[in-house]
Design a binder for this molecule. Structure first.
Ligand SMILES: [Mn+2]
Length: 259
């Protein structure tokens, strides 16, 4: 049984009545990305997903814009008979999600500290719109790179979309002037000054909404106040986590993923 199946078992997942949220990087972090995609696709409205950097990279690979260097882990997916349908499914997924009844928002990497929640959601729509348009290949070709590092409402064109994508799907650290620092990937205790985890900057922008993020597998499961980092490092053989959104205190359940 896969880690995901064991986790769903442990939380007594009931397909007829339960909705699942997935915090992104469905692809290339585990041994069977195509099964994960097909499963989530089959859930239709019962699943909510936000895209991660690895999911976007998969789109670029499937379009032939990059060579597959990830130790051939994606070979099977890239040769799948339903590749076109899976690609189409992925490119119509959102990059941010907010549910006012549950008072919870979800972003793969996090909410850029220079943005309000509302701004983060509306800027995510800009990237979603281009991914769903006939310019999606152009966007993927211009997506890679670490600049611009700092947000401005005046940004336009590919630079604007690249910043939004980096902030939503790759961010870990920022400088106090809110420049993204995408090179350093270590733990906060080892971070060179003046880098700070994004969630330690401009905390008032987070408000009281519960914010769920993934991406930072080395950080492990993180819960501070209304912030929930749920990547428990399954990719490194550590944990896969689920949180019960209807519980006010976000009851977190894990399974261990030692290989
Ligand atoms: Mn990621």
């Amino acid at each position: 049984m896969s880690c995901l199946e064991r986790l769903l078992d442990k939380i007594c997942y009931t397909p007829a009545s339960d909705c699942l949220w997935f915090v992104g990087d469905l692809i290339s972090r585990g041994p069977d990305s195509e099964a994960v995609l097909r499963f989530i696709k089959s859930l239709k409205d019962q699943a909510t997903v936000v895209l991660g950097n690895h999911d976007l990279h998969f789109l670029a690979l499937s379009a032939g814009l990059h060579q597959n260097k990830t130790a051939n882990r994606l070979d099977r997916l890239l040769q799948a008979p339903d590749l076109d349908e899976l690609t189409d499914f992925v490119r119509h997924l959102p990059l941010a999600h907010f549910d006012s009844d549950l008072n919870a928002a979800m972003f793969h990497a996090g909410l850029y500290p220079g943005w309000s929640l509302h701004q983060g959601l509306s800027l995510a729509r800009e990237v979603e719109n281009i991914l769903r348009s006939d310019q999606w290949l152009d966007f993927l070709a211009h997506m890679y790179g670490n600049t611009p590092a700092r947000w401005s409402d005046q940004l336009t064109g590919w630079g604007r979309l690249r910043f939004i994508t980096n902030a939503l799907t790759r961010m870990r650290y920022c400088t106090p002037d809110l420049s993204l620092e995408l090179q350093f990937k270590g733990l906060p205790a080892a971070a060179p000054a003046p880098l700070k985890p994004w969630f330690d900057l401009n905390r008032q922008s987070l408000g009281n909404t519960r914010l769920i993020f993934g991406h930072w597998s080395d950080l492990g499961i993180y819960n501070q106040r209304t912030l929930y980092g749920l990547d428990g490092g399954c990719v490194w053989g550590r944990q896969l986590a689920a949180m019960h959104l209807q519980s006010e205190n976000g009851n977190i359940v894990t399974v261990s993923c030692d290989r």
